[in-house]
Design a protein around this ligand. Structure first.
Ligand code: ZN
Length: 253
């Protein structure tokens, strides 16, 4: 079974289209989404339609929660973007399409398990909001221990927009340290982050996603360039979306 893992699309349609196109070429059996389809980006509605069409299921991210229910602990730009995002769904005149989207968003899951894998947006401790940062592996061993206590074997997370693999040492391996392929040896507990499709934050503006191959027992990470400039232009054209949300895409932060 080959599972494409995508996360943190954040209303970035150009990036999502490129990633879905690439997944098609890689012999995957299914696509799963670890949440944050919404928030920050200029095309939330089209992104929800594509995820609903192509993914087996999607998790509820903090920005999906923010747009759908209420923004909690958001900065001003993120909160304004959340309300603007909600308005894009509310202005749909086709009642059927609108109803279909609200129903899809209302069914986003907080956690999903399959085989040896637990999937959450943030962390197994606080599935919607807690960040597991690469630097936590060095600076926060207690936090990492408490989080790993809740991981039986493997955990898939998004939320930080930084791809890589955490071991329970604790340690963190970015994809470039393992030539983009991390082998699952069955003895280490791991937390795996595929990175972000629509707003990477590891100083590489290219879209990030991963493919889990359960037969080969490995996870492979992929980076893809997309038309960032077009997305930046769209963001700059929407007064409710802070220009910074566009500018950061150019730098990958
Ligand atoms: Zn996110």
């Amino acid at each position: 079974m080959r599972t494409a893992i995508i996360s943190d699309i954040h209303g970035n349609l150009e990036a999502l289209q490129v990633v879905l196109g690439d997944i098609k070429e890689r012999n995957c059996d299914r696509i799963i989404c670890l949440g944050d389809i919404l928030g920050y980006g200029p095309d939330p509605v089209s992104c929800v339609d594509l995820i609903a069409e192509h993914c087996d299921w999607s998790l509820l991210g903090n920005h999906d929660y923010g747009a759908l229910y209420e923004p909690t602990n958001f900065n001003v730009a993120a909160e304004q973007a959340a309300y603007w995002t909600r308005a894009q769904f509310e202005k749909e005149e086709d009642d059927q399409a609108a109803g279909r989207r609200w129903e899809f968003l209302g069914r986003l899951k907080v956690r999903v398990g399959f085989g040896d894998f637990l999937c959450v947006h943030g962390s197994p401790r606080r599935p919607i909001n807690e960040y597991i940062f690469p630097e936590d592996a060095i600076n926060s061993p207690v936090k990492m221990q408490q989080i790993f206590e809740r991981v039986q074997t493997y955990c898939l997370v998004g939320h930080t927009h930084v791809p890589g693999v955490f071991t329970d040492e604790p340690d963190f391996y970015p994809p470039e340290d393992v030539e983009s392929v991390y082998k699952l040896n069955g003895s280490d507990r791991l937390i795996i982050n595929p990175g972000s499709v629509g707003q990477p934050r590891d100083l590489d503006p290219r879209s990030s996603y991963a493919v889990l191959d359960e037969d080969q027992r490995h996870v492979e990470f992929f980076r893809l360039p997309y038309d960032v400039e077009s997305v930046v232009k769209k963001i700059h054209a929407v007064p409710e979306l802070s220009n910074w949300l566009g500018d950061r895409l150019l730098e990958g932060r």
